[in-house]
Design a protein around this ligand. Structure first.
Ligand SMILES: *Cc1c(COP(=O)(O)O)cnc(C)c1O
Length: 227
């Protein structure tokens, strides 16, 4: 297993450097450790190194790891595509869902969120690259979807999430991150109290932070490459 203490410190240093370069305050961007495909023991080691927030893409993996790590105070974020027949275990297990792209999914999560738990924190995912293959709602639908999600009783809309086009063209990436920020700003102007821009991964977190990311989702740079 990778030395998770060392790799986490290196990622935290990248985040701190990017915040400084952007003239943003220390601590203004959180690290979500994306543990998909890695075993519960890897999460345990990363937790021992001080990490609390972990992201998972697959429902069964989320459920299995949450059960195996019940003794730890992990904050679980679901960040993968979510089908309507799989919402219940996510509503019962996750603290956050970043990948809301349709109202129907949000309505089910709200209805299925157990009363004993606090409201589920969510982000609306926006397809800022416009690629047909990509998850997320169309940018033109984001405002209406966000308002509808914010009105659901057992969800708390925290912000927006995106996965940009995989490109090394930094200006192009920056433009896609900036589009998400503009949508967030428009929703704030409408009166929604949003504090989260979930954008940036191992390869592009500096660009995302320069454009306002408040949470970066990092897998490879922490845990190594996935099989
Ligand atoms: C896998 C994944 C990540 C992490 O990507 P890395 O390049 O490994 O850092 C972030 N966000 C989402 C939605 C993912 O599916």
């Amino acid at each position: 297993m990778a030395d998770l203490d060392k790799s986490r410190q290196a990622v935290l240093a990248r985040i701190a450097g990017a915040l400084r370069a952007a003239g943003r305050p220390d601590g203004d961007c959180a690290l979500l450790a994306v543990s998909k495909t890695f075993p519960a023991d890897a999460v345990r080691a990363c937790h021992a190194a001080g990490q609390r927030a972990f992201g998972e893409n697959y429902v069964q993996e989320l459920v299995d790891k949450a059960a195996a790590l019940r003794d730890l105070d992990v904050e679980w974020h679901f960040i993968g595509p979510l089908q309507s027949n799989k919402t219940r275990p996510v509503a019962e297990t996750a603290h956050w869902v970043h990948s809301i792209e349709r109202l129907k999914i949000a309505e089910r999560l709200s209805a299925q969120r157990p009363d004993a738990l606090p409201p589920l924190d969510v982000c609306v995912q926006v397809n800022v690259s416009g690629e047909a293959s990509k998850s997320g709602c169309a940018p033109g639908d984001a405002i209406a979807l966000a308002h509808a999600v914010a009105a659901l009783p057992r969800l708390r809309l925290r912000g927006l999430m995106c996965i940009p086009e995989p490109t090394e063209d930094t200006a192009r990436l920056a433009g896609q991150f900036a589009e998400l920020r503009r949508l967030r700003d428009a929703l704030r102007a409408d009166g929604l109290a949003l504090d989260t821009l979930s954008m940036g991964m191992s390869a592009d977190l500096e660009t995302a932070i320069a454009e306002g990311a408040t949470l970066v989702r990092v897998g490879t740079a922490l845990f190594g490459s996935r099989a």
